[in-house]
Design a protein around this ligand. Structure first.
Ligand SMILES: [Zn+2]
Length: 334
């Protein structure tokens, strides 16, 4: 089921994927809508959309709008990351079938120490893929704190938002369920960090994985409340738990389990738009059967001053330290 888009002042504004930003764990905004009109649009037959074949180089591209408030070091790393991702996970051709998608896609990035410097897009804040129905763009407001404290989030958020564009291409814009959409982007960004920077939030067990709310995992299917899922760590936990389940139940390698979750499940929704059916086909279990496995994980009181409440302590679910993003993305082929 699609979520309704908001109408403000007669102008349709949709936030495709608003994502947590900031080293303080704050979420600026959550998903409040999706593309309008995509239910009605004739998107053609599936054989026109081959997810294994990216468009030729140049067919889908990005325009970088990088404000001078950003450090040169960040700009250099941004360019490196975008180059790596376009090579490792080219945006699938189906992205052109997404209503409101246009190429090149503008990316607007700036240092949060300054006001949004792009007058043509005055409402931008935080990190998201946003659109107005005729155009879609990426927003990267990098929190000043992340430069001060050298937080890897200032780089990994680029991976997170790119991954949403990749997902849009894989699925022609079908983001259900949210825990696999956002959890997938979160896991992708942490695998990238682990490979390129030798560290990631896996190292601290994805703290905090908020425990409240997990008694009803289905609550993470359509809308993820920021208080229940700070920076999508709980959604990412569910992805890690699913990967473990696939390894144990089906004997898949670790890399292959993550690849199926990140790529094949999303791509399966092209031919089977009902995500629960696609889930059962790809993972050989129903979502409900998977959810029933989650109560095995221990809940403890937070031992960090800045977060009060119960969290999940699941070090055994963290991916192998030497597993790289590129191994995950090419597991089937290798
Ligand atoms: Zn996101």
């Amino acid at each position: 089921m699609r979520r309704a888009a908001g109408l403000a002042g007669g102008v349709l504004f949709v936030m495709v994927s608003a994502c947590g930003t900031g080293s303080d764990g704050a979420i600026d905004e959550q998903n409040v809508g999706s593309y309008s009109g995509s239910d009605e649009q004739d998107i053609g037959s599936d054989d026109q959309c081959d997810t294994s074949t990216p468009y030729a180089e140049g067919d889908f591209s990005f325009t970088y709008n990088l404000d001078s408030s950003l450090p040169d070091e960040w700009v250099d790393e941004f360019t490196t990351i975008m180059g790596n991702l376009s090579e490792w996970a080219p945006v699938p051709a189906c992205v052109h079938d997404v209503p409101g998608m246009s190429s090149p896609m503008n990316i607007y990035a700036w240092n949060g120490a300054v006001e949004n410097p792009f007058p043509e897009r005055p409402d931008m804040r935080g990190a998201s893929i946003s659109g107005d129905g005729s155009e879609t763009w990426m927003v990267l407001e990098i929190s000043e704190d992340e430069f001060t404290y050298d937080a890897l989030q200032r780089y990994s958020v680029i991976v997170h938002e790119y991954w949403h564009v990749y997902q849009l291409g894989l699925t022609r814009d079908n983001d259900a369920p949210i825990w696999l959409w956002e959890g997938g982007a979160k896991v992708a960004q942490e695998f990238y960090s682990q490979q390129e920077y030798g560290q990631s939030e896996f190292d601290n067990g994805l703290f905090p994985i908020v425990a409240s709310g997990l008694s009803q995992p289905a609550a993470f299917e359509e809308y993820v409340d920021g208080d229940l899922d700070i920076n999508y760590n709980t959604s990412a936990f569910m992805v890690l738990a699913l990967a473990k389940e696939l390894q144990e139940a089906q004997g898949l390698s670790e890399a292959r389990a993550f690849e199926m979750i990140l790529k094949e499940f999303q791509a399966a929704k092209l031919t089977e738009p009902d995500w629960k059916v696609a889930f059962a086909e790809i993972f050989s279990m129903t979502p409900e059967e998977f959810y029933a496995t989650l109560d095995q994980y221990p809940t403890v009181a937070s031992n960090e001053d800045w977060f009060e409440g119960d969290v999940l302590d699941v070090p055994s679910l963290m991916p192998s330290k030497d597993l790289t993003f590129t191994e995950v993305l090419s597991a089937f082929a290798s």
